[in-house]
Write a protein that binds this ligand. Sequence first.
Ligand code: PGA
Length: 220
Amino acid sequence: KLADLQGLKAGTLKMAVVTTSKYLIPHFLGEFVKAYPAIDIVLKVANRQQIIEQLERAEYDFYVFSHPPSNFELDVIPLAANPLVPIAAESHPLARQRKIPFEQFAREPFLIREMGSGTRHAIEQHLKNAGLDLNVRMTIESNEAIKHCVMSELGVSILSRHTLALGGSEGLKELDVEHLPIRSQWYLARLAGKEMSVIASTFLDYVQAQKDRLSTLLLP
Ligand code: PGA
């Protein structure tokens, strides 16, 4: 409390975030850490299913999902848009085409994230709702590995635009395919009813104040 009064809040902020949000969340943390240099950060990064398992243990102050699970009581704040976009190698014939019919995209070998991935979950939901199918050929456990496989012309994929905008898009082209992108959204979540530390409420205030600026900065 004395530290608070001196504007030197000290302690640890614990966050558990889905892998794809690792392109976004560090940009929220950067300015926060500069403003509160005495606050330490613990950042766990894992796929959606593993972060859902962390909710069970209730050890973290905040969680970041694009599809928060419905079987937990969560308070959520929308942070930023998370469009999931179709990609191919720059050298791929589709990279030069406009208004690609979905059926044509769907004939290409498709590279998909592992079971438990939120990106995969969103793609599967979208296909199911629209009655569409893909030609899934490879399961790959990382966005970065998928990008390199797409660059190497092993197939096409659908990934969060953040993985391109902030992770580098060299050798890759976002495609113009009907029914895509998939519109989704990042959420900052906390377990409803969990007591909030001074550090956690400081971070929440910071996010509320900064989220409009940061979300447009990160995905122009
Ligand atoms: P993932 O999650 O990194 O597990 O794919 C991203 C998301 O929830 O959209």
